[in-house]
Design a binder for this molecule. Structure first.
Ligand code: GLA
Length: 381
């Protein structure tokens, strides 16, 4: 049972959520803290619109902070093997920085994550043209995409833990995509140190959709991620051309630097991955059925002992080793995010799916509900 007690202050509301799994009579765990959820002001847009900051803290002290700008994960503080907390995601302290140029730190990506070749697709016999924001292609929704929209956020209770629900209604034709698309993203922090993200979307005209989260993780809290050890539950991947558009081939990873079916340091073979700037920025085809939650990836960091598992209902995951990070973004508390300073595991349908009949479809029709669930489970070893 979840009970809420809301304290309204000037610009602050706090919700205390009693955890179903801790502190209940008879468990003998009377000193365990309760999960909390709080809302405060993160900043203001030029037109005065308030950007909210939601802080979810679980019974063990793990904290996830989310902002309504881009429905983004702003920070995630999790313990190492000695119980010391560190923020393990890249981002900024101020809204001003989120409004400037940055590579999608923590953001919700939509309507269509990843690339669409030359910004063109055909649906129902009609050709659609999108903004070319990553020449010669469209990347992550276009010029603004969902990562630069102000979402409506609210704290909600749930059986799994404290949650924030973000909603955004994308008007028909926004960024060139057909149909009015209603999207929701619910972040839940559980007492088991899992950050669960559930997406839904519906539309009034046939369209395409592929939502994801673009958090950059660094399990040590700073430095290079090349020493992090990665397992990917993927026997296949989608090779790309020089503009990072899939060739259409679904190729085995075996015998290539893309084989992470046995846990391997990210940096071990990264120099063998060609391209400019090189490094991993590829879609992996997850083993197992799409639509059901399955283990996609496990990453551990030897010094801190932190480990994250990613579970998803999606058919693919873009593993990106932060190749374009170059130190220009000044991060939280003055952090410099240099090349390979963070990695992303973006659960998704494959890039440019709309132009590849052999890829799982990203088409959403009126009357159907788009659903995506991804969970990042933290632990130590
Ligand atoms: C995704 C893309 C990368 C890069 C980053 C942002 O992961 O696949 O190529 O664009 O976003 O810099």
């Amino acid at each position: 049972m979840i009970t809420h007690k809301v304290i309204l202050g000037m610009a602050l509301s706090i919700v205390f959520v009693s955890s179903p799994s801790f502190g209940s009579p008879g468990t003998g765990r009377h000193n365990v803290k309760k999960a909390t959820a709080a809302k405060s002001v993160f900043g203001k847009m030029a037109d005065g619109t308030t950007i909210d900051l939601f802080s979810l803290t679980n019974a063990g002290g793990t904290t996830a902070k989310l902002i309504s700008y881009g429905a983004s994960l702003e920070s995630l503080s999790v313990p190492d093997r000695n119980g010391n907390f560190n923020d393990v995601v890249l981002g900024f302290d101020d809204l001003k920085e989120y409004l400037g140029e940055h590579p999608y730190f923590g953001a919700t990506i939509g309507r269509v994550a990843n690339r669409i070749a030359k910004g063109k697709f055909t649906l129902g016999g009609k050709e659609y043209s999108l903004a070319i924001n990553n020449a010669p292609n469209t990347l992550h929704g276009g010029k603004e995409g969902f990562s630069r929209k102000v979402w409506k956020g609210e704290i909600i209770g749930g059986s799994a833990g404290a949650s924030v629900r973000f909603t955004y209604v994308s008007p028909d034709g926004e960024e060139g995509y057909p149909g009015t698309l209603k999207a929701t993203v619910v972040y839940t922090l559980t007492d088991q140190n899992a950050l669960q993200i559930k997406y839904t979307a519906s539309v009034d005209k046939t369209t395409i959709v592929n939502l994801t989260n673009h958090s950059y993780f660094n399990l040590a809290g700073s430095g290079s991620i090349l020493n992090h050890v990665l397992y990917l539950n993927a026997d296949k991947y989608t090779p790309v051309d020089s503009t990072l558009i899939p060739t259409g081939e679904i190729a085995p990873v075996r015998g290539t630097p893309f084989d992470f079916t046995a846990a391997t340091a990210i940096g071990a073979r990264i120099s063998q991955v060609a391209g400019d700037p090189g490094g991993y920025d590829h879609n992996f085809v997850l083993n197992g059925p799409a639509g059901r939650l399955k283990l996609a990836a496990r990453v551990s960091e030897p010094t801190s002992g932190r480990q994250v598992e990613m579970w998803t209902t999606e058919p693919g995951v873009q593993f990106y080793s932060g190749n374009f990070l170059d130190g220009t973004n000044k991060g939280k508390q003055g952090a410099i995010y240099a090349k390979h300073g963070g990695f992303c595991l973006e659960a998704q349908h494959f890039p440019d799916s709309v132009n590849h009949a052999n890829f799982p479809s990203t088409i959403l029709r009126p009357g159907s509900l788009y659903r995506q669930q991804t969970v990042y489970k933290f632990s130590t070893k």
